[in-house]
Design a protein around this ligand. Structure first.
Ligand SMILES: *Cc1c(COP(=O)(O)O)cnc(C)c1O
Length: 357
């Protein structure tokens, strides 16, 4: 792929206080853009990050035909830049594309686009402890047409955003409740795709949870309202009697790359890991028997997010004394250690970028 490069002549000032970055509000100088028309991706380019001009009739604005990815670039202690399993994100983007009738992009092309973009904007990768450059690839339908059908025109964009440490005061266990009113996705729907529409479906539950001072909701399956699926926009793990259990990928669960990595690490450490259906009843039974050891969510943003309080109806339980469990902590330390190049990457998960200038 031959990417045209048009660098900004007015670079923005970079954030001076990297402890105040927060998440997702600051954007680097450039973005990658590619368009799809007449059955082909064309005009790949890197250009200054700027507003887009699209028709108010652009299909994405009406019917939500859009998919995205989320990943990070990390700075190592030796000042090298690395990505974490980026090919897995771009493979998953193509799975999301198929489900959304969006044209796929060859994984090598996405990797090339991302690497060239990061090489140009590498100075935007923060140096502060725990900070990173969040990467947002996405594709949306742009036909100016309000009939309902798959679009013929698409934009594929990748932009990046320096983000601060997710945990400023160590891994803080969160409070969650079992969501009984709403579901995020159902089998046969879009749950396994990283699609904007899934997030639209999750917002009301999230809002009501926060109004009750809970951080997240624990989603149940949409059919029987019995089996656990995800926590907020993260995958979820339970350690019951020293067995690591996570809901099996049933079609309504997003196959997280952190989830996959946690499974691989726990197996490597000799732990028993099971992907299967797990009901909310079983979790509360395990608590009653005193064998609910740990509960945590996993995702790129938080890596590992321990759950300290779990509510269901009138029942509220406290997990591991609202403290971080040993396995959660070890997973967090190992994953972030590999991502930031502080520990050896035995799993060959990272990809270093060569920056020459
Ligand atoms: C992105 C996402 C995850 C986590 O996936 P990672 O690849 O680990 O970041 C989990 N659930 C949902 C709904 C998601 O959108």
């Amino acid at each position: 792929m031959n990417i045209t490069i048009n660098k900004t002549t007015t670079p923005k000032a970079k954030p001076t206080d990297e402890t105040q970055l927060g998440f997702g509000r600051i954007f680097s100088d450039h973005m990658f853009v590619m368009e799809y028309d007449e059955g082909q991706w064309h005009s790949p380019r890197i250009e200054p990050f700027a507003d887009l001009s699209i028709s108010p009739a652009a299909m994405v604005l009406h019917y939500g035909q859009e998919i995205f990815e989320g990943m990070k670039a990390y700075r190592t202690p030796e000042n090298k830049i690395q990505l974490f399993r980026p090919e897995e994100n771009f493979k998953r983007m193509n799975i999301s594309a198929q489900r959304s009738v969006i044209p796929e992009v060859p994984v090598e092309d996405s990797l090339q686009a991302l690497e060239e973009l990061i090489k140009i904007d590498h100075e935007w990768i923060p140096k502060a402890e725990g900070a990173s450059l969040y990467i947002r690839p996405f594709i949306f339908a742009a036909d100016p047409f309000i009939g309902v059908r798959p679009s013929n025109k698409y934009y594929y964009i990748i932009f990046t955003s320096p983000v601060g440490a997710y945990y400023s005061t160590g891994l803080n266990p969160v409070s969650i409740y079992v969501e009984e009113n709403y579901v995020r996705a159902v089998k046969g729907g879009m749950g396994y795709a990283k699609a904007g529409g899934n997030y639209a479906a999750s917002l009301l539950g999230q809002k009501e949870a926060q109004a009750q001072k809970f951080e997240q909701v624990l989603w149940l399956d949409g059919v029987e309202r019995k089996y656990i699926e995800e926590v907020g926009a993260m995958n979820v793990f339970f350690i019951i009697d020293n067995e690591v259990i996570t809901p099996e990928l049933s079609g309504s669960i997003l196959p997280g790359i952190t989830r996959m990595s946690v499974i691989e690490l726990c197996r490597k450490w000799g732990m028993k890991v099971t992907e299967r259906k797990l009901s909310a009843d079983e979790v509360f039974d395990a608590y009653d028997k005193g064998v609910l050891n740990e509960v945590f969510g996993t995702g790129t943003a938080a890596v590992v997010s321990p759950v300290g309080v779990l509510k269901r109806g009138e029942r509220v339980i406290t997990i591991n004394d609202k403290k971080i469990g040993d396995v959660s902590q070890r997973l967090y330390d190992t994953l972030t250690g590999i991502q930031y190049g502080r520990i050896a990457d035995d799993m060959k998960w990272t990809k270093q970028l060569i920056i020459n200038n």
